[in-house]
Design a protein around this ligand. Structure first.
Ligand SMILES: [Zn+2]
Length: 79
């Protein structure tokens, strides 16, 4: 059985359903690139719509609104 892992996912708030999810991150100055580069993303999620926060706030869904099997806290998308 072939299982596709290429289905695009996005986080939504498990309380209000909003996709306005924000995470804190830390950035370090990269002198060679002359730019701030992302060095870490913290576990805590914030919802801009209902102002709730928590490590398990985000619910990962597909574009069709289905929660993927075994998504857990979801992937950690980095740029
Ligand atoms: Zn919310």
């Amino acid at each position: 059985m072939t299982q596709s892992t290429t289905v695009p996912l996005h986080p939504v708030c498990r309380h209000c359903g909003s996709d306005q999810i924000v995470r804190d991150a830390s950035a370090r100055w990269d002198a060679a690139a002359q730019a701030w580069t992302l060095s870490g993303v913290y576990d805590c999620h914030f919802c801009d719509t209902c102002n709730r926060e928590g490590d398990t706030l985000a619910q990962w869904t597909t574009a069709t609104g289905e929660e993927p099997e075994g998504a857990g806290s979801g992937p950690v998308p980095l740029p």
